[in-house]
Write a protein that binds this ligand. Structure first.
Ligand code: BES
Ligand code: ZN
Ligand code: ZN
Length: 494
């Protein structure tokens, strides 16, 4: 697919479809709207008065062969209230519009953003929206259901727009959205297709293709490092654990402290002996969403040539209740030397992350960010629109928060008060892996903090936002976190 900036009038572009946003509360005298309505012989006004069409956000209507335009179709994109029109909305709307025309044999599609949003941000969002719309979650349908996709997307700009700036933003959008789709595809892989060693293979492929350094450890190396918590989770499955290390050396000063990203890679989470109920257990193939976000972010970081040293760590295991599975009550020793009483084997993510964070600490990083489908409790707290963010450092939180504004992936800060630490005190070991029923996302984060100690660190709990389940929207993985991780890394250090 090609993306181009064209500096032509919106009414003279020859294409298969021209997409134009229309707002709910537009002034009837708006210069553009008047001009458009004139070209359409008063159709817009008519549709509005008969209430056949409103400009509610996400509404899409197609007008065929508008006589006075050069496009074969005009797609009016309901954009809601004018004042809330921003680049994130452009992305979402473009996704909807492209899904609507998918399979219609359209080759050349143009988007006229109208003003208000900075051109480079609008252009990037357009590209992201279109690429995200090309993802299909039906990899294992035997009949080929892939639809014909658009070949060329034109961003209709003004004469005075900075072409280099707009074009480089479009390229950034392409890199970020392709990486996000890579994460979505991998998250969608079922447990029988992607186990820890297959996840490592996928990482290897990305590393070779994009020029990342990679190390993959098997169980002997994991054992040598003393990563007892990773091994304890893996021992209930016949599939051995893997520890994946991806490295991007982008800093001009090769000695510069690295940024460490850690992703939870549970390729299937049955709960272990603390078995999950059958209902929706199949969704636990997505318990590797954090790992996939880190892998895809590393891909994008390499492609963008970010001038930082970045290390991606992925502890990969399968959590099953086999004959050698760990039992509730077992005491294990983590890499840091701390002993953990395993109360519930379904709280496995924090165990594997504990060892990965301890390893990350040894790299003396500038800061660490982990991303994990860690708790059902965060879904109760925040629902499916925002991920929970926990952070032990104000400067880093500012950086993460700015990255989330940039990416459009919404976060909500959760507390890390010391009072919550009491919940995970164990009578027999240094710490236990679960607290009471209450504040489960917070006690999970407090558990992780034990292994981070004084390193600036941020934890993203993405359990509620990793999958689309909603009506109307595409089902399947969202790829949440890829863009935010890249923006966190690719922002100036203080
Ligand atoms: N992978 C789950 C968390 C999860 C739940 C992700 C729902 C996506 C959707 C995690 O390993 C888990 O099972 N956590 C337990 C912890 C509990 C035993 C303290 C949970 O949240 O129920
Ligand atoms: Zn679990
Ligand atoms: Zn899990």
């Amino acid at each position: 697919m090609k993306f181009k900036l064209v500096k032509e009038g919106w009414d003279s572009i020859e294409c298969d479809a021209l997409i134009v946003p229309v707002f709910e509360n537009e002034d009837e005298g708006d210069v553009f709207l008047v001009a458009l309505d004139e070209k359409l012989g008063g159709l817009i006004k008519e549709l509005q008065t008969t209430e056949e069409w409103t400009s509610r956000s996400g509404e899409v209507s197609v007008i065929y062969r508008p006589e006075k335009l050069k496009t074969a179709r005009l797609i009016l994109l309901g954009a809601g209230k004018k004042e809330s029109y921003d680049s994130h909305l452009i992305g979402t709307l473009m996704r909807k519009a492209v899904l609507k025309v998918k399979g219609h044999q359209l080759k050349r599609v143009a988007f006229y953003p109208r003003s208000q949003v900075e051109p480079k941000r609008a252009a990037q969002a357009m590209v992201e929206g279109v690429i995200l719309a090309t993802y299909q979650a039906d990899d294992y349908k035997t009949e080929d259901r892939s639809k014909n996709f658009v070949e060329e997307i034109l961003f209709v700009g003004d004469q005075d727009m900075d072409a280099t700036e707009v074009e480089s933003s479009m390229e950034r959008g392409e890199i970020l959205a392709c990486a996000t789709n890579r994460a979505r595809k991998l998250v969608n892989e079922p447990g029988n297709r992607v186990n820890p060693s297959r996840l490592a293979q996928a990482a290897q492929e990305v590393a070779v293709k994009y020029g990342l350094e990679i190390e993959v450890w098997g169980e002997p190396e994991i054992k040598d490092q003393g990563m007892g918590a990773i091994l304890a989770v893996a021992q209930g499955s016949d599939e051995p654990a893997r520890f994946i290390i991806l490295k991007h050396f982008g800093a001009p000063d090769s000695e510069a402290k690295p940024i460490v990203l850690v992703g939870k890679g549970v390729t299937f989470d049955s709960g272990g002996l603390s078995l999950k109920p059958a209902q929706s257990m199949e969704e636990m193939k997505a318990d590797k969403a954090g790992a996939c976000a880190v892998l895809a972010a590393m891909q994008a970081i390499a492609q963008l040539g970010v001038q930082k040293n970045v290390v991606g760590l992925i502890p990969a295991v399968e959590n099953l209740p086999g004959g050698r599975a760990q039992r509730p009550g077992d005491v294990i020793r983590a890499m840091s030397g701390k002993t953990i009483e395993v109360i519930n084997t379904d709280a496995e993510g924090r165990l594997i992350l504990a060892d990965a964070l301890s390893y990350g600490r040894q790299l003396e990083p500038e800061f660490m960010v982990d991303i994990a489908t860690l708790t059902g409790a965060v879904v109760i707290a925040l629902g499916k629109n925002r991920a929970g963010v926990f952070c032990n450092d104000e400067e880093l939180f500012e950086r993460v928060s700015r990255a989330s504004d940039q990416s459009g992936e919404k976060l909500w800060r959760m507390p890390l008060d010391d009072e919550y630490r009491k919940e995970i005190e164990s009578p027999i070991a240094d710490i236990k892996n679960v607290g009471s029923r209450w504040g489960g996302a917070i006690t999970a984060a407090k558990f992780l903090q034990e292994f981070v100690e004084d390193v600036p660190w941020c934890h993203l709990d993405i359990a509620g936002v990793d999958l689309f389940k909603g009506e109307g929207d595409i089902k399947g993985p969202t790829g949440f976190g890829v863009k935010t991780l890249v923006e966190i890394v690719d922002s100036p250090s203080p």
